[in-house]
Design a protein around this ligand. Structure first.
Ligand code: DMJ
Length: 629
């Protein structure tokens, strides 16, 4: 781990107007250079004079003293200062216009609220309005950080390489900012479509300018909340928050899928609560979490797939009493966090019972799990097929992430994860021809299939995260090989966009690595490759990962952007002349894909530090618990 950066300003840039002013950055650069050219004595003298002025100013300014004592209109809660322009900002009182509505104030306060040692009961119901409160070591009064998006020098950086030079280079900074702005612009465009044609509904249908319902719960809006916060889209966030406060009700006679509503709705509400400190989101999270609990009332304690959140009843799909393995093992991060926040262990106990059973279950091969599990018997069914793709994928992801969330203390989770990675290497990993790309295939009753879902592209990111947390270095090597493959799944297509499923050629004499069956040529705006590019860039600082992501974003803009607002999934990534829009923008495009693009293009390692947060499988960051909890 490298010594932390000693920069004094926040590198997150949140531009109110959306316009980028290059000249300001140049001015800051040259000031900084001049400062560095001064002698130590000169710097000390200047700092001493500034200190004198500051102390003098504080002791004679009743307004500021009032702020610190809480004697103001915030009823004892000090305000926080928006750092909108990537500038060092001294302690200043708030702008008058920002005092009216804290939701308009941005910027994202990304301090992990857990790791600042606020106790659980203290968190409940508290509205700290974006304040960055740091308790003193021995429970003393909180100290206020005025630095908005949070960068504490003493906190370790995510990256293993020195990135200060990269950030100091004006050309790199300008490039990064223009890409970040491109992501904000893409988000605004997607949001425009959603707002105009699908407001409050689950999904935008951008071509027909209408909407689709899945659960009837405003899925896209909830999934996108923390993305807006992270991107600094204050007005959009405020409007969405208003909808959650006024319109969102879970008291509805509707069947929802346990997994999908947990990762998108419960996960989205919990992470937004953590980022904003706004108790509204915690209240909503408690409500939906409680309403999902009937799913666990089964003979085996393996949950049903569907719950009626109005009636409090749950059931399997009509055609089977099975649940999907990935679904029942990828709800743990969210329910565990809900227990921690509410102090009610029932949520955690229910989901950990599932993990305990799956841990002991027969039918795994080298740590690899089948795709189905029966809610009556609690046993794996349809055994014999092993994949890292659909129906199993996030089981592996959540083994590692639960271990990280819990402070790396739950050994069974780690053991299962490590064994599974060895299983992947032994049974599923092969090389393609002619280029020798490493890919993860599938096993069906002993027969290897060179089929790889785009969903598998979560794996490089997860492997890299494991190495970052002390797991073997060869996981990182594998991650680098696999992300190259995932990138090639885009680059080798005529549109530069990946198909849903690729088949890799393995025989000598092949002229191309990737084949795509006609039925697999669609692209649903999925996030997994961008997600992994983000992890790989965060940990290596290798610019090629940003470059690959940039190419992908441009191709999304070229082939999936709908002029009247929104982005659409497409049917044919092999036909640039006619990609054939499907007329659907999945909620994860805003919840995950655009968020990971933004984090990928940001050079700020503390913009959602991976040492403080763990992302759920829908890209909603949840706090890593400290050892004492
Ligand atoms: C998301 O809902 C989640 O990432 C899930 O784990 C897999 N499928 C989609 C995105 O592709």
């Amino acid at each position: 781990m490298l010594p932390p950066s000693r920069r004094d300003f926040v590198s997150l840039t949140v531009s109110e107007s959306g316009s980028y002013t290059n000249s300001k950055q140049w001015r800051r650069q040259s000031c900084w250079r001049k400062w560095k050219q001064l002698s130590r004595l000169q710097r000390s003298l200047i700092l001493f004079t500034l200190m004198l002025l500051l102390v003098g100013g504080i002791t004679t300014s009743p307004t500021l003293i009032g702020h610190w004592r809480g004697e103001n209109e915030y009823h004892g809660k000090p305000p926080f200062v928006v750092n909108l322009k990537n500038e060092y900002r001294p302690i200043l009182p708030e702008l008058p216009s920002e005092k009216k509505d804290y939701h308009r104030r941005g910027p994202p306060v990304l301090q992990n609220r857990l790791q600042i040692k606020t106790n659980v009961s203290g968190l409940l119901g508290v509205e700290n309005h974006g304040l960055d409160l740091k308790n003193g070591d021995k429970g003393g009064k909180p100290v206020i950080s005025w630095r908005g998006a949070v960068i504490e020098e003493e906190h370790a950086s995510d990256t293993d390489t020195k990135d200060t030079e990269i950030q100091d280079d004006p050309a790199s900074m300008a490039l990064a900012e223009s890409r970040l702005e491109a992501v904000r612009e893409a988000f605004r465009h997607a949001w425009k479509g959603y707002k105009n044609f699908a407001w409050g509904h689950d999904e935008l249908k951008p071509i027909s300018k209408s909407y689709g319902e899945w659960f009837g719960l405003g899925l896209t809006l909830i999934d996108a909340l923390d993305t807006m916060w992270i991107l600094g889209l204050k007005e959009e966030f405020a409007e969405a928050r208003q909808w959650v406060a006024k319109e969102l009700s879970f008291d509805k006679n509707v069947d929802v899928n346990l997994f999908e509503s947990t990762i998108r709705i419960l996960g989205g509400l919990l992470s937004t609560y953590h980022l904003t400190g706004d108790a509204l989101f915690l209240e909503k999270a408690k409500d939906i979490g409680s309403r999902l609990m009937p799913a666990f009332n089964t003979a085996s304690k393996i949950p049903y797939s569907d719950v009626n959140i109005g009636k409090g009843t749950a059931h399997s799909p009509q055609w089977t009493s099975d649940s999907t393995v990935a679904e029942v093992t990828s709800i743990q991060l969210e329910f565990r966090e809900l227990s921690r926040l509410t102090g009610d262990p029932k949520f955690k106990l229910a989901v950990m019972e599932v993990m305990k059973q799956v841990h002991k279950l027969d039918g795994k091969q080298d740590g690899l799990v089948p795709m189905f599990i029966n809610t009556n018997s609690g046993l794996f069914t349809h055994q014999g097929t092993f994949t890292l793709g659909a129906r199993a994928d996030s089981y592996y992801e959540y083994l590692l992430k639960q271990w990280i969330q819990g402070g790396k203390t739950e050994k069974e989770l780690l053991d299962d994860y490590l064994q599974a990675v060895e299983g992947v290497k032994k049974k599923l990993l092969k090389k393609s021809a002619p280029s020798g790309l490493t890919f993860v295939g599938e096993l069906s009753h002993g027969h290897f299939s060179p089929k790889m879902d785009h969903l598998v592209c979560f794996l490089p990111g997860t492997l890299a995260l494991g190495t970052h947390n002390g797991l073997p270095a060869d996981h990182m090597e594998l991650a680098k090989q696999l992300i190259e493959t995932c990138y090639q799944m885009y680059a080798q297509m005529e549109t530069g966009l990946s198909p849903e499923i690729a088949h890799f050629n393995m025989h000598d004499g092949s002229t191309q690595d990737v084949d795509v069956k006609i039925a697999d040529r669609h692209n649903l705006l999925r996030p997994e490759t961008v997600e992994s590019l983000f992890y790989l860039y965060r940990f290596t600082k290798d610019k090629k990962y940003q470059q690959w992501g940039w190419e992908i974003l441009q191709n999304f803009n070229k082939y999936t952007r709908v002029p009247t607002g929104g982005y659409t999934s497409i049917n044919n990534v092999r036909d640039p002349a006619s990609p054939n829009p499907r007329d659907k923008m999945e909620s994860f495009f805003l919840g995950e894909t655009l968020k990971y693009f933004y984090l990928l293009f940001s050079d700020e390692p503390n913009l959602i530090s991976l040492d403080k947060y763990v992302f759920n499988t829908e890209a909603h960051p949840l706090p890593i618990w400290t050892q004492s909890e």
